[in-house]
Design a protein around this ligand. Structure first.
Ligand code: C2O
Ligand code: CU
Length: 522
């Protein structure tokens, strides 16, 4: 019912011809999902004291066990080696690390979602050259949650992140522990960090990144879907509750996620978003996940029988690229003749495909109740709060924020320390969806206006909001023609004024300058 449906426009319904590792055919899903262990690649590291992190050119077997060039953060702790470690740290703890750039090009690490002083935030302005070092020292003040870290090298973010420089940064606290205890969840077994990415490979199974003009303009899309770097992945599960900490670590692809058995969408509970647990779990059958965003979900495998398969699937959606007047587009795009549907990927944006197969095996049926209350979320008071306009548009072949393109030392606007503001982010109706990310401060989605049908149809939470908008956020998807209002509290305890970034997390857009600095006054 959901495959090849005609619910959306013709472009997304066009059949995709099978190719090796295509994520469409269920029978392709034969590779065991990579699950992080306690060392090695993506090993979970309980941060204990200062460390040296080396950004290195390494290799990693992705397709057919074929080793592929890959960039990795390497570090050691207590005699154990880690590559792209999943850091786990208690809220309130000090984090100290030195980044050693062993790449032949500049780099820097940004801690996505963390509230740090600007100097520790890892911004393009902090990019260090080959052979240089950068010292990080900050207190992790965020609440428990699924955060992440990745390169933010000036104009090299897309390429370096795609080639490997990214991993999770898990913050623990009482709420997180209480939940995992109540549901008998164990990290790396039934509590699974799951990064979803799309990449391309050459005939020898080596990772490739060669964006053409369209890819650079619209964002680079892969045609192999990776779950924890596993193509066509499956996971054996028993009829109990599983927690998946979903991270969209893709450069540009948006996912519309659902758990599907046969033609039926199954229920799952969203328990958290970017900045930790929601106040209460929310049951749903689908949720959008844009680049940079996280969704913490609990899925009850008991909805299927042993022997059955459930697919974590990305459903078809209308990408809304390049809508509106063709005349407008022609004018804006000059000789390019429009942008929609022109990606060189075999798997267009908005296509339907599988991400992960859950193979249900025999096991004890265990379904503890989800706690009715997961955490406390203080709603930012927005009565009489000033609104700031953030307008996304396109000009001169690139996407702009308030008509600007990124300049390293230009501050686009200033906000007062301790002020609460509403940012009214409006996307032009001709263009494409943009996942907008703010450094330094988590925010709350207040309202969605003029949303497309695929959003408004699932806006069950008042003021046009969907399940992906709840809780504390650091990244929010804004569709063409849509306006999203967010509330931000600019209180901070850092000394002096602090400048941070607002940018699109479509990494090709970011590198092309869809980014501005803003300053929070002293
Ligand atoms: Cu995850 Cu400035 O980015
Ligand atoms: Cu964008």
């Amino acid at each position: 019912m959901y495959f090849g449906g005609d619910r959306f426009n013709a472009a997304s319904a066009a059949p995709i011809r099978p190719y090796p590792f295509d994520p469409i055919r269920p029978e392709n899903f034969q590779q065991k999902l990579f699950i992080p262990g306690s060392s090695g690649p993506f090993g979970v590291m309980d941060v204990a004291g200062p460390m040296q992190i080396r950004a290195t050119a390494a290799s990693f077997p992705i397709l057919n066990g074929q080793s592929s060039p890959f960039l990795m953060y390497q570090t050691e702790q207590a005699g154990k080696a880690f590559q792209n470690p999943i850091f786990r740290i208690e809220s309130g703890t000090r984090f100290k690390a030195t980044l050693n750039n062993e790449l032949p090009e500049p780099t820097i690490i940004h801690w996505h979602g963390l509230h740090t002083p600007a100097a520790m935030d890892g911004q393009p302005v902090n990019t260090i050259g080959a052979g240089a070092r950068f010292d990080y020292d900050f207190t992790v003040s965020n609440r428990g949650g699924t955060y992440w870290y990745h390169t933010h090298a000036h104009e090299l973010t897309a390429k370096q992140a795609y080639n490997g420089l990214a991993s999770f940064f898990l913050v623990d606290d009482e709420d997180q522990r209480r939940l995992n205890k109540a549901l008998d969840l164990r990290l790396g077994e039934t509590d699974v960090p799951l990064v979803i990415q799309d990449k391309r490979f050459d005939g020898a199974g080596r990772l490739t990144y060669q964006p053409n003009m369209q890819d650079t303009m619209m964002g680079f899309l892969g045609d192999v879907i990776l779950a924890n770097l596993t193509p066509n992945a499956y996971l054996n599960v028993t009829p109990r509750l599983y927690r998946f900490r979903l991270l969209n670590g893709s450069n540009a692809r948006i996912y519309r996620l659902a758990f599907v058995k046969g033609g039926t969408l199954l229920n799952f509970a969203v328990i958290g978003t970017d900045g930790g647990l929601l106040d209460q779990p929310q049951t749903t059958t689908e949720a959008f996940l844009a680049p940079g965003e996280r969704l913490d979900v609990v899925f009850d495998v008991g909805q299927a029988q042993p022997g059955e398969d459930v697919f974590l699937r990305s459903l078809a959606f209308d990408t809304m690229e390049n809508e509106g007047s063709a005349g407008n587009m022609g004018g804006m795009m000059g000789g390019m003749g429009g942008m929609g549907g022109m990606s060189s990927s075999r798997l267009p944006l908005g296509a339907e495909f599988n991400v992960l197969k859950l193979s249900v095996t025999q096991g004890e049926r265990s379904t503890p109740q989800l706690p009715a209350k997961l955490s406390e979320i203080r709603t930012i008071p927005t009565e009489g709060v000033p609104e700031r306009k953030i307008e996304l548009s396109m000009g001169h072949m690139r996407f702009l924020i308030n008509g600007r393109s990124f300049r390293m030392h230009e501050i686009a606007f200033e906000v007062k320390r301790g002020a609460v503001e509403i940012w009214r982010i409006s996307n032009a109706s001709v263009g494409m969806p943009h996942p907008m990310h703010i450094h330094g401060f988590s925010f709350q989605v207040v309202e969605r206006l003029n949303s497309p049908r695929q959003i408004s149809a699932n806006a069950r939470f008042g003021r046009g909001r969907t399940v992906s908008d709840l809780g504390w956020k650091d990244t929010v998807l804004v569709w063409p023609g849509e306006t999203v209002k967010i509330a931000i509290d600019f209180s901070h305890d850092f000394t002096g004024s602090q400048s941070y970034l607002l940018h699109c997390h479509n990494l090709e857009h970011e590198d092309a300058g869809m980014m501005v600095n803003f300053r929070v006054t002293a």
